[in-house]
Design a protein around this ligand. Structure first.
Ligand SMILES: Nc1ncnc2c1ncn2[C@@H]1O[C@H](COP(=O)(O)OP(=O)(O)O)[C@@H](O)[C@H]1O
Ligand SMILES: [Mg+2]
Length: 289
């Protein structure tokens, strides 16, 4: 049996090159305030992978995506081990486009900070009088470039996204930039409307796209998980202040109250967090994991 080593190990995910395809594995690691915690959140990886699968299926009529299978029977034998069951996705290899495609439907976080100072978010002027966590009249597309390891991603304007793409793909910058923006907003609208009907606000999210061998734009990476998005509970939603995170609320609250914890959580906080991930999956898909 061929053994595989991840060629990329992120904070939470591991990526394996299996020849003509990739296996993306979501682990049970959790990060909060940009730190990986010492505890594992059992089933978190499976929830994230199965949630991405749900959204890839839900949007496959809008554009193609990289998902081949989440069944380890379709993967090399090495992946038929307990630690890969449920949390692994076999994906088509893409040539990734170097833009993080961010869309915001609500004003929060760095966007809220910038709006208070300038009335703008990433160069886009917004109406006056918005409160923290308000829904925007229309979702806004705020691309960024992927920074090198350790650096923060850099926000860029739509025009700059054309230049970045043009540099990598001469003659294609304007076309790709426009397609990324239009796909990003369309995906967000369709999925955020659906999530809202199931009790979850998707305040913002990030997509990544790539090119397949024929040059088609294909949706890659993970999709609309709580790790790539801000999920808020609809119940109790109230503009005028920050909203609790659907999934990390207990973790963040506990860490703030215990600054000396060294990022080791007590079991009851872990258990409640596991339950939140399972609940998010159940609400969105209507099925138990
Ligand atoms: N289908 C794909 N083909 C090739 N690369 C991909 C594909 N889908 C996602 N990627 C890339 O895989 C990497 C996932 O890494 P990740 O764990 O999210 O860490 P980071 O985002 O910090 O690089 C990203 O660089 C992403 O662009
Ligand atoms: Mg990433």
């Amino acid at each position: 049996m061929t053994e595989y080593k991840p060629f990329k190990e992120g904070k939470v995910r591991e990526i394996y090159d299996v020849g003509d395809a990739l296996v993306m594995v979501a682990t049970d690691r959790i990060s909060a305030f940009d730190v990986i915690l010492k505890n594992k959140i059992t089933k978190k990886g499976a929830v994230l992978t199965q949630m991405s699968k749900f959204w890839f299926d839900y949007t496959k009529d809008l554009l193609p995506n990289h998902m081949i299978s989440v069944d380890t029977a379709d993967m090399p034998a090495f992946f038929r081990q307990p630690q890969f069951e449920g949390n692994s996705m076999l994906c088509r290899k893409l040539t990734m486009l170097p833009i993080e495609c961010i869309v915001r439907g609500y004003i929060t976080g760095s966007g809220w900070a910038s709006y208070q100072k300038t009335g703008k978010v990433c160069g886009i002027t917004l109406p006056e009088g918005l409160r923290e966590s308000d829904k925007l009249p229309e979702p806004i597309y705020t691309p960024s470039t992927k920074a090198d390891l350790g650096d923060h991603d850099e926000n860029i304007s739509y025009e700059q996204s054309i230049d970045v793409l043009e540099k990598h793909f001469p003659g294609k910058g304007a076309e790709y930039a426009q397609k990324l923006r239009d796909y990003t907003v369309a995906l967000y609208k369709k999925c955020a409307d659906y999530a809202l009907s199931r009790g979850i606000i998707i305040a913002d999210t990030k997509f990544e796209f790539g090119l397949d061998e024929a040059g088609n734009i294909v949706l890659g990476d993970e999709m609309l998980t709580p790790d790539s998005s801000r999920f808020w509970p609809l119940e109790g939603y109230e503009p005028g202040h920050g909203q609790p995170s659907f999934d990390k609320q207990f973790v963040r609250d506990w860490l703030k109250a215990h600054p000396d914890s060294d990022y080791l959580l007590p079991q009851d906080v872990i258990d409640k967090t596991i339950a939140k991930y399972l609940e998010a999956y159940q609400l969105l898909t209507g099925k138990e994991l």
